[in-house]
Write a protein that binds this ligand. Structure first.
Ligand SMILES: *Cc1c(COP(=O)(O)O)cnc(C)c1O
Length: 390
């Protein structure tokens, strides 16, 4: 059994994939070729936003978003304590300070109540509190933005997140690296904040055969900035550099691959949702296993991962070993709460504890949910988990 089955997916589109790739080999525009613009236009339509700006990875998409919002040293960016490292890494790369906020353990996403209290704390000048963040103290940090993450494909609660952020004058970035194809209150992931960022890493819901990413926004000014930042701060013409940027372009070959895979995406998302419903139904009846919270009306996860909580770390590791013996692969996303990384310790003074996130890091594990998983395999996974509880 495979955790992700890219070979089964490729079999379905091999002919079209080859046609797309040969077209690039024939025209030879490997950098910013026509497939790049075709993909941007198709994905902007799919997501329902005005502008899509492709780039070299999900990480670069997030960094470009922070650069476009002019976030840098002295600024605080509030984010979830439970995500892939890159979500917080980019905040430090632009010189700003991450402030970690705890999660709702049933959705694994940032808890809007914790977000609100973190912003209250940051806005209150507290003379008694001092940070240990290099030369600066946290009182001197200016909160500028929130990065919310749609972890495992489930959109965060943007109605509340956006409302709270606007109250404090902050921009919101949606880290949609895992949620391309998901929906929140009938709107597509990628359209839920001021700027959204996704990743085309091969194992993501829409994956390339290499690295890639994209930013989405309705704001024309931000779109122009992102395009410039993606290409060394380019101005009106090629050697007119008017700001600092990066080499953040998406390869034409990857765009061609993505165009071919895009045709499968709607069915794949449906299939992932079918499997998730089956898992949810079956696992609710298993004691000591906590499946993720079911969505509300108009919400749909992209189910990049299906992650459950065990009672504790020992249980989790025991279940994983038992599944491994049955030939069922599992994974841990993520073994460390972001606030616990030494590299982010400069913000420890602001967020010493994120108890839900820290507990999830010890109890969580993910089981296979790729769209080419057979009914028999799904059944085997559930039976094997049930077996460990007897
Ligand atoms: C994968 C991922 C990223 C980074 O994307 P890359 O394309 O690998 O750079 C950022 N945030 C989250 C939540 C991710 O899952």
């Amino acid at each position: 059994m495979k955790f992700v089955d890219l070979a089964a997916q490729q079999n379905k589109i091999r002919a079209n994939l080859e046609k797309r790739l040969f077209a690039v080999l024939d025209h030879g525009q490997y950098i910013m070729g026509p497939e790049v613009y075709e993909l941007e236009s198709k994905l902007a339509d799919y997501v329902g936003v005005k502008h899509a700006i492709s780039c070299s990875s999900g990480t670069d998409a997030l960094m470009m978003a922070l650069m476009a919002l002019r976030i840098g040293p002295g600024d605080a960016v509030i984010t979830t304590s439970f995500s892939f490292f890159a979500t917080a890494e980019v905040i430090c790369l632009v010189g700003a300070t991450p402030v970690f906020v705890d999660i709702d353990p049933r959705t694994y996403n940032i808890d809007p109540d914790c977000l609100e209290s973190a912003l209250k704390d940051l806005s209150v000048a507290d003379e008694t509190r001092s940070g240990n963040c290099g030369s600066g103290e946290i009182n001197h940090l200016t909160p500028k933005a929130v990065i919310a993450v749609d972890l495992f494909g489930m959109p965060a609660d943007y109605d509340r997140i956006n409302r709270i952020a606007k109250k404090y004058g902050l921009d919101v970035i949606e880290d949609a690296a895992q949620s391309f194809g998901a929906e929140y209150r009938g709107k597509k992931a990628g359209s839920l904040a001021d700027i959204a960022c996704t990743s085309f890493y091969p194992a993501k819901p829409l994956g390339a055969y290499g690295d890639g990413g994209m930013c989405f926004t309705d704001d024309e000014n931000l779109s122009n900035l992102l395009k410039s930042i993606r290409n060394h701060g380019m101005g009106a013409h090629r050697y007119d550099h008017i700001r600092l940027g990066i080499n953040g372009r998406l390869d034409t070959l990857q765009a061609a691959i993505l165009l071919s895979k895009l045709e499968l995406l709607p069915d794949e998302i449906k299939q992932r949702n079918k499997i998730a419903s089956f898992y949810n139904r079956e696992l609710h009846a298993v004691s000591g296993i906590y499946p993720p919270k079911y969505q509300g009306r108009g919400d749909r996860s992209a189910w990049a991962q299906y992650s459950v909580l065990a009672e504790n770390k020992k249980q989790r590791n025991r279940i994983r070993r038992a599944l491994q013996e049955e030939g069922i692969p599992t994974a841990i996303y993520y073994p460390t709460s972001l606030n616990r990384y030494d590299i982010f310790r400069c913000s420890d003074s602001i967020n010493a504890h994120c108890p839900n996130s820290e507990s999830c890091a010890e109890r969580i594990f993910s089981i296979p949910i790729h769209p080419y998983l057979t009914s028999l395999e799904q059944r085997r996974i559930i039976d094997a988990i049930r077996e460990t509880r007897q």
